[in-house]
Design a binder for this molecule. Structure first.
Ligand code: SF4
Length: 414
């Protein structure tokens, strides 16, 4: 840990910090409360709030739910809003395990196999922000986390909320709306959740992997976190891999990991790949030819945003345009249709995409026009993310596009 003894944010642990990239599961797969404590020690006592914030800042941890917002800024904004509100204002902490992204399994894996680290992160966040109002929002059933909560004396202070399994349920304002009103709709108001979130209280909504990473940073410090990964994408992250052969699985990888190396390390042969979708249904396609120059996370040349850490492998012989059209169908169906782009734009784009796949040139013109109309007009970023995915599909599969407009499909020949 980099802090001097006078400013240690937590009572120091004498237990050895995890080495290498096996961090989140280093207590052992399915570690129970005893084994978890044996590995990481008991939940540490907070000694110095500002020093813990400094460790978090030094760590460079970013949100692991998709937006990659700096974690320390989220905590800092809630602290500032709470202070500004005066002594009667108490903040709220919400762990986001909506995992509405259909290709993501990493939050489930974390809650199933290392639930105590997530619980530690939630409780430490509450301790740091000075609140006892803590929620864990689940988009799926996970008995392991319920058992973990019941097995520890501090588990009762966390309220578990089961939210609908929808793509947009994990959007922070939709999630808070569901807790408050029972409807998982994104808010249209412009006020930040950090100052006016759940029942107008300052609210921290953080992905559960981010909270688990926070629990490790609180114990071992920011410099320890940065010891692996890339300077501009430090630490580790969980990624969900769907390779079309095995059921989707989650692995922990270093930040800024070279994509080709990552896939080969997980048993995916590069020759079998047609393209890879990075970041999920709001993500970007990477062609097979670009795999070796691509890394996951960071800002170097060839780096792609890791998003929610999703990798979907399209095999040779599969048509990227057809796969993209199906994803657009899904995205068009995933909204409450309370804003124009979702009521009209996305369904039109999905329909036009199918016409393009069967060679309709006029539909391509319509689709390209919609690309400009979708972004920046919804209450949330769903239309923007969908438009970005659409643009990436047309760009990555431009040769396929020409072939389809000429009445052929290149996938058959690959
Ligand atoms: S933009 Fe779409 S998903 Fe977002 S709030 Fe409006 S209708 Fe719902």
């Amino acid at each position: 840990m980099s802090s001097s003894p006078a400013t240690l944010p937590l009572r120091p642990t004498t237990l050895r910090a995890p080495e290498g990239i096996n961090r989140l599961f280093s207590a052992g797969w399915d570690a129970d409360w005893q084994r978890h404590q044996h590995r990481f020690g008991p939940l540490p006592e907070l000694v110095n709030q500002q020093a813990l914030l400094a460790e978090l800042t030094e760590s460079g941890l970013t949100g692991r739910g998709g937006a990659a917002f700096a974690s320390w800024k989220k905590f800092s904004a809630v602290l500032t809003a709470t202070e500004r509100g005066g002594p009667t204002v108490s903040p709220v902490v919400v762990g986001n395990a909506a995992e509405g992204e259909p290709l993501s399994v990493k939050d489930r894996a974390l809650l199933r196999h290392a639930p105590h680290l997530v619980i530690d992160g939630l409780l430490l966040a509450a301790r740091m922000l000075g609140t006892s109002t803590v929620y864990l929002a689940l988009g799926f059933e996970e008995p392991a986390v319920m058992e973990a909560l019941a097995s520890r004396p501090d588990g009762r202070s966390i309220e578990v909320v089961r939210i609908p399994e929808q793509f947009i349920s994990g959007e922070a304002s939709a999630l808070l709306n569901f807790i408050q009103t029972g409807r998982a709709l994104p808010r249209t108001q412009s006020e930040r959740l950090s100052s006016s979130g759940l029942r107008r209280r300052p609210t921290l909504v953080h992905n559960i992997e981010s909270l688990a990473q926070f629990a490790l940073i609180a114990r071992y410090g920011g410099a320890w976190f940065r010891a692996v990964g890339a300077p501009d994408d430090p630490g580790t992250r969980l990624v969900s891999i769907s390779d079309g052969v095995r059921p989707a699985f989650a692995v922990e990888v270093p930040g800024g990991a070279p994509l080709a190396e990552l896939l080969v390390g997980q048993g995916v042969e590069l020759d079998s790949i047609g393209a890879v979708l990075l970041g999920g249904y709001h993500g970007s396609w990477v062609s097979a030819e670009s795999l070796r120059e691509t890394s996951l996370g960071g800002q170097s040349a060839g780096a792609y945003p890791a998003g929610a850490g999703v990798l979907w492998v399209l095999r040779r012989g599969q048509c990227g345009l057809d796969a993209s059209a199906q994803i657009m169908d899904y995205l068009a169906g995933q909204s409450a249709k309370q804003c124009g782009p979702c009521r009209f734009g996305l369904p039109s784009a999905a329909e036009a995409f199918h016409h393009v796949v069967v060679g309709d040139r006029a539909a391509l013109t319509e689709l390209q026009g919609l690309l400009d109309l979708l972004p920046g007009r919804g209450a949330c970023h769903h239309p923007d993310g969908s438009a970005a995915f659409l643009a990436s599909s047309l760009n990555a599969f431009s040769e396929d596009l020409d072939a389809h407009l000429a009445g052929r499909c290149l996938a058959d020949a690959r």
